[in-house]
Design a protein around this ligand. Structure first.
Ligand code: NAD
Length: 511
């Protein structure tokens, strides 16, 4: 498992995330009251969820094992009733004990081919939960739900604000929100995650809705969890079918959009295509480093691989795999995402390529770095080591302000997160529209719209950065130019703030 990043010297994540906001606000002389409206969230909801956890079988340490060497095996079988968790423990469902021959000593039993385990009693457990609603001047609050042990108010404030900027850049009628639960999903069963999800929505029920706040997936949440959220929100309503747009990222069979599963990765690729066109280069044969092989990273890698790019290394939370000639991406996807034994869905142990020490990953020679894991990974020190032409931010906030400075100084191009990974929320908007209109669009229709939207918004940002206002058949950057050059991240914020400010200035304040 990768060592956690040292964060002690960092300012708050929210303060760091807001730096481009203040830079852009200065540049465009943002209306002072609009600045006040945007510099803090509208609402910060912090609450607690309780569930009843099941009993656990916890593996013994090697020292403890010595004490139980002669303990005979019990006839309990691993399987559905003994549910394996990604952290090496098992959830013990009582039916596992029916008709079993059990030998217990001091609460320890031996399971054939699995080893020695101590039974730990379950019981009620409490989790801290969050929903931050940052701004809704352009439309309903919109943002993902993250289940992770390292979440905090600070993180969700930053991510909710980023959603406000992102939805404005994507030019979709949504605001910004984010939330989630402080939980380690690897330590919990499917049923426990379901109970957490149902309680989360139960507590939020009055402050969600297709026209008020619309959650979607983020790290460790997926279409299955979105389905539970929809069910919990709509259960008992007289018009449940009219409320399907309360969450996005659902399975296509229950109101999800074609193309949503891979939309964020697809959007990253559209931005990279536009970057390559502008740089006069090609993605065919381009060499990539991909960090994170979940929804975003694996989809982007699959699409780029199919286009002829070479994914030379992939890193996730548990390890790194590397092949100079290019990894066999379909085989790696199958290893991670279609392999029931790979509970952590990790690239680690992939038989098709050797492992690489984690610390060597960012120093590999490549054309494109694609961070698609957690925030704050590209620090100043990592940016100094990078040997790539462009960083395409699939993750939210992967580059620290120091990392940004180094990238600028080293003239490494940047496709900032708030445009690069906006494909997910853009197709979420398409999903929401289809739900409200009771329509089902084809994948081709979704891709055509997404490509046009991603490429034109990216081109507007590049024109702002280069101070080259122009109108082409695809985009019009003239209303957003600021009369001087700036970096891409500030340019992205300029576009977001100009679009948001227009609402306040044209609609006015109700008092
Ligand atoms: P996911 O849970 O599907 O996958 C996360 C991946 O990151 C996993 O492979 C995990 O092993 C890896 N990871 C976690 N910690 C790591 C570490 N310390 N070092 C290396 N790898 C690590 O999540 P996702 O939905 O793919 O989201 C990834 C990023 O993209 C997040 O920053 C998220 O906010 C952002 N994002 C996601 C979406 C979306 O539609 N899912 C949209 C926009 C942005």
């Amino acid at each position: 498992m990768k060592a956690p990043r040292k964060e002690s010297h960092r300012r708050s994540i929210f303060d760091e995330t807001m730096e481009p906001f203040y830079r852009a606000a200065e540049l465009i002389k943002l209306h002072p009251r609009v600045r006040l409206e945007l510099e803090e969230p509208d609402f910060e909801h912090i609450f607690y969820i309780t569930i009843d956890a099941r009993d656990r079988l916890v593996p013994l340490s090697p020292e403890e094992e010595a004490h139980f060497k002669d303990l005979p095996a019990s006839s309990v079988k691993a399987g559905e009733a003994l549910e394996p968790l990604a952290n090496g423990q098992f959830v013990l469902h009582r039916r596992a004990l029916l008709k079993a021959d059990i030998t217990l000593r001091e609460g320890v039993l031996r399971i054939p081919r699995r080893g020695l385990f101590r039974i730990e009693k379950g019981g009620p457990k409490k989790f801290k939960a969050y929903r931050i609603q940052h701004n809704q001047v352009r439309g309903p609050y919109k943002g993902g739900v993250r289940y992770h042990r390292d979440v905090s108010l600070d993180l969700f404030k930053a991510m909710a604000a980023e959603m406000t900027w992102k939805t404005a850049i994507a030019d979709i009628p949504f605001g910004g929100a984010k939330g989630g639960v402080r939980i380690d999903p690897a330590a919990h069963s499917k049923e426990e995650i379901e109970h957490v999800t149902l309680r989360f929505i139960y507590k939020l029920k009055n402050i969600l809705g297709p026209y008020f706040d619309i959650p979607g997936p983020d790290v460790n949440t997926n279409a299955g969890i979105m389905a539970m959220m929809m069910r919990q929100y709509t259960d008992g309503a007289t018009n449940p079918h009219a409320l399907r747009g309360v969450v996005t990222g659902k399975d296509v069979r229950i109101g999800g959009s074609e193309g949503r599963l891979k939309a964020t990765g697809q959007g990253v690729v559209y931005c990279l295509e536009e970057w390559a066109r502008w740089r006069g280069t090609s993605l065919v044969g381009a060499r990539l480093l991909v960090q994170g092989f979940g929804n975003v990273g694996s989809a982007a890698a699959e699409i780029l691989h199919a286009m002829g790019a070479r994914i030379v290394a992939v890193q996730d939370a548990y390890g790194t795999v590397h092949d100079e000639k290019g990894l066999d991406v379909p085989a790696l996807v199958a290893w991670c995402h279609a392999n029931p034994d790979n509970l952590r869905r990790t690239v680690s142990g992939f038989p098709g390529a050797p492992a690489l020490p984690d610390g060597d990953f960012w120093s590999l020679d490549a054309d494109i770095a694609l961070p698609a894991a957690l925030g704050g990974e590209i620090t100043g020190e990592v940016a100094e080591r990078l040997r790539v032409k462009v960083v395409a931010e699939g993750a939210n906030g992967p580059t620290t302000p120091e990392g940004d400075e180094v990238l600028r100084a080293r003239k490494i191009d940047l496709i900032p997160d708030i445009v690069c990974n906006a494909g997910g929320v853009t197709v979420s908007y398409y999903e929401w529209l289809q739900n409200l209109r009771m329509e089902h669009w084809t994948e081709q229709e979704v891709h055509t719209r997404l490509e046009r939207a991603m490429k034109s918004n990216y081109a507007i940002i590049r024109d702002i950065a280069l101070d080259r206002p122009q109108k082409t058949p695809q985009h019009d950057s003239r209303p957003f130019a600021i009369g001087r050059e700036t970096d891409m991240r500030t340019a992205a914020m300029v576009l977001a703030l100009k679009r948001i400010e227009a609402h306040y200035l044209l609609e006015g304040f109700s008092q």
